[in-house]
Write a protein of this length. Structure first.
Length: 250
């Protein structure tokens, strides 16, 4: 018996790093159907192959998580593909850019808030009717350890991720008396493309800041997501921000 036997999940940002890890872990734990949502369909198709090999049905949906109409399509296509239920939503897609506040253009700020925060609002709002109707759901929003503590040159990212944590807690209050659970994941620096997009000296500076002096592997992040996604074990986690950060305590 897997922890997620028979469940239907949507994972955004499924083509890469942590999202792909979620897809693989969900498949290994028995998810019956997984919708992989990303702008990068090639990467999502590759992740879907691994999930199918583990026994899950999959669909890949090319969608921009900042777009309201795309969200309506994601929900419709998932319901149509897997027979009506949506048990799990991972709002995980995100970007990382860098600039000091003083030098940051409004476009860079707005793009970050759109992709890393507004997308999470849109995803939660889009899935809620289905989850409330079935009186069951698990929403897991990917925040960040940086959203708990702040950092130089990424104020827009920290603000967006701090917003994800606050949105998660607020929605948790709104649905607490239903079968829907809403939590956030706050990973520390994790070995994915997002991290390695940064300049080498920045990467080394980040590594030295981590009390463990090393980055997380995706396999060290996703077990927490499986816990939050599960029916029994995950039932009393609600409005939590799960800090998985190698010893950074905030
Ligand atoms: N890697 C880290 O150190 C770290 C730490 C804390 C939090 N996070 C968060 O984890 C999440 C996953 O990041 P990752 O490290 O796996 O990075 P990643 O770059 O490997 O994956 C992000 C995915 O999101 C997709 N995406 C970006 N914008 C999109 C959009 N508008 N619509 C649809 N898809 C879009 C990308 O195509 C990509 O596949 C992000 O929210 C990120 O902020 C990452």
């Amino acid at each position: 018996m897997g922890k997620l036997d028979g469940r239907i999940a949507i994972v955004t940002g499924a083509a890469g790093g942590i999202g792909r890890g979620m897809v693989e872990a969900f498949a290994a734990d028995g998810c019956a159907g997984i919708a992989l949502v990303d702008l990068n369909t090639e990467g999502a198709e590759a992740a879907a192959v691994a999930a199918r090999e583990a026994g899950s049905k999959t669909i890949v949906i090319e969608a921009d998580v900042t777009n309201e109409d795309d969200w309506a399509r994601v929900i419709d296509e998932t319901v149509a593909a897997f027979g009506g239920r949506i048990d799990i939503l991972c709002n995980n897609a995100g970007i990382a850019t860098a600039s000091s506040v003083q030098e940051m253009g409004l476009d860079l700020w707005k793009q970050m808030i759109d992709v890393d925060l507004t997308s999470v609002f849109l995803g939660c709002r889009a899935v809620l009717p289905a989850m409330l109707e079935q009186d069951y759901g698990r929403i897991i929003n990917t925040g960040s350890q940086l959203g708990l503590r702040g950092a130089p040159n990424v104020a827009h990212y920290c603000a967006a991720k701090g917003g994800v944590h606050a949105l998660t807690k607020s929605l948790a209050y709104e649905v607490a008396e239903t079968g829907v659970r809403v939590n956030a994941l706050a990973p520390g620096p994790t070995q994915t493309e997002m991290l390695y997009d940064l300049p080498e000296e920045t990467i080394e500076a980040i590594r030295l800041e981590v009390p463990m002096k090393r980055f997380a592997r995706v396999e060290e992040i996703v077990p927490t997501v499986v816990l939050l996604a599960s029916g029994d074990g995950g039932g009393y986690y609600h409005g939590a921000v799960m800090n998985v950060s190698g010893g950074h305590v905030t």
